[in-house]
Design a protein around this ligand. Structure first.
Ligand code: AMP
Ligand code: ZN
Length: 462
């Protein structure tokens, strides 16, 4: 019997037992990146955290019974501007950025489509792109107009916020307060300042698509409608879990809820809403002007992805996280210790209950990591199984060492030759030669360890 999964739901502001709508098909959606430029290390947080949730759901409900959709926003003002600067199409720009993003997150141990989607059956991981769902957006927008929740004005289609009395339920902002607080909107075509754009006309040179609602001018979608369209297409009108960073609660998620519920006449869009806290760098908000804006690629140039993943999961996902050099160094030492303890062991068939229970408590990763640390002192196979569930220790100690040597570019034959020379010098009590050889090895970045059993082992730095 599996432990109960409990999740903190932003919609109710409570931690509650997760009950899927259909346990044979658990469905989750996460708002993914806007691919106009290299993603920063903050963007890696929801990717890693919700990958862990996906792994946990697969563990609890079975691999064939979970579908995870994480979208890609491939049209917006920044994308349009960047593509125009470079004189390329938005597709060419976003294809390039997306390929880089995939290469980066693969190194963070994130499950990818090719890892989980079998030859047959329904896909388990889907990465829908906004511009491939214009049709669904049209249908949603026209449905909203027909239901009296949206209107056409000056080439735009707008969502009529006051038409939905429960608007604000997710972000806990009562409608009348929002109305009182709203700045007087300049857009003259809005009936209420709270109304938001579902579709708008494209300016000259911007990408455009045929418009819905009989509008003759071509246009492009507003931001929020894309996620209502993609989650509907791939997961249905109502699904289990919707996730993203805390900055998305308002207005993005609030508006997604309004669109989906009002179009389909449902009482919920997703049952559980999860939001990760923000990442800051060395105690400061990450920003280009402060010079502390770091991309995932820059972090990965200095640190193995597994260390980056552990460093991200050491903090509970709802807490803010301070990304520091010290934290990364600590995470590196922790992983070294786990690899050392796991050695060449094969994982237990079952994940250790302590780790599963910790994760089932609203993804309590600090507790799960504490449990792995304890297992490192008691059971290598259990450590391997628990770490495997969380996306760690995919290799044995020897394999990891070989990969490190490989990545370091050290000439293994030369190292072996120097070690042989050192052994001979030591046998002959030729200490000056032995010391010189040790210095040569150190210059290669190799450190040598003479073990109690008479063997000598070596490692490369980093
Ligand atoms: P964006 O590409 O800005 O739309 O963001 C993609 C995802 O990253 C969203 O789920 C955001 O909430 C999340 N995100 C952006 N910045 C940060 C940050 N500094 N810390 C944590 N999550 C973030
Ligand atoms: Zn979204």
């Amino acid at each position: 019997m599996h432990p109960m999964l409990r999740l903190y739901n932003t919609l109710t502001r409570e931690k509650a037992t997760f009950t899927p709508i259909d346990p044979t098909h658990v469905r989750m959606y996460a708002c993914g990146p806007t691919v106009y430029d290299a993603a920063h290390i903050g963007n890696a947080r929801p990717i890693i955290v919700f990958d862990l949730l996906f792994r946990l759901l697969r563990h609890l409900y079975g691999e064939a019974h979970v579908t995870y959709a994480r979208n890609v926003t491939d049209v917006d003002d920044k994308i349009n501007a960047r593509a125009r600067e470079r004189g390329i199409t938005i597709r060419a720009l976003t294809d390039g950025t997306l390929a880089q993003f995939h290469a980066d997150i693969r190194r963070l141990g994130v499950l990818m489509a090719e890892d989980v989607n079998g030859a047959g059956g329904r896909p388990r991981f889907i990465e829908p792109r906004a511009t491939d769902h214009i049709d669904e957006m049209h249908r949603l927008i026209e449905g909203l107009v027909a239901a009296g929740h949206a209107y056409v004005a000056e080439g735009h289609v707008l969502f009529d916020v006051p038409s939905m009395p429960e608007y604000g339920a997710l972000s806990k902002r009562p409608l009348d307060e929002m109305e009182a607080g709203a700045r007087v909107e300049v857009a003259p075509y809005k009936r209420s300042p709270l109304d938001f754009v579902l579709w708008k006309p494209s300016k000259a040179g911007e990408p455009s698509w045929p418009s819905p609602c009989g509008l003759s001018e071509p246009g492009r979608p507003g931001w929020h409608i894309e996620c209502s369209a993609m989650s509907w297409k791939h997961l249905g009108e109502t699904f289990d879990i919707h996730a993203g960073g805390i900055d998305l609660i308002f207005p993005h998620h609030e508006n997604e809820v309004a669109q989906s519920r009002c179009c389909f006449g449902t009482s919920v869009m997703a049952h559980v809403w999860l939001h990760n806290g923000f990442l800051q760098v060395e105690g400061e908000k990450m920003s280009k002007s402060l010079g502390n804006f770091i991309t995932i690629g820059q972090v990965l140039a200095d640190w193995p992805g597994e260390i980056v993943r552990l460093n991200m999961l050491k903090t509970h996902y709802r807490q803010p996280i301070d990304w520091t050099l010290r934290g990364l160094e600590e995470s590196g030492r922790m992983l070294d210790r786990w690899y050392e303890a796991a050695g060449e062991a094969a994982p237990d068939a079952e994940a250790p209950v302590g780790v599963v229970e910790a994760l089932c408590d609203d993804l309590n990763t600090p507790a799960a990591i504490g449990e792995l640390h304890r297992l490192a002192g008691t059971s290598a196979p259990a450590l391997k199984a628990g770490a495997g569930l969380m996306g760690f220790l995919g290799q044995t100690r020897t394999q990891r060492e070989a990969a490190r040597v490989d990545a370091s570019g050290v000439d293994v034959a030369r190292v072996e030759a120097l070690l042989a020379e050192r052994k001979a010098a030591r046998a002959a009590k030729d200490w000056p030669t032995s010391d010189r050889v040790r210095a040569d090895l150190a210059a290669l970045g190799v450190s040598v360890k003479d073990n109690k059993d008479g063997t000598t082992t070596w490692t490369v730095a980093g």
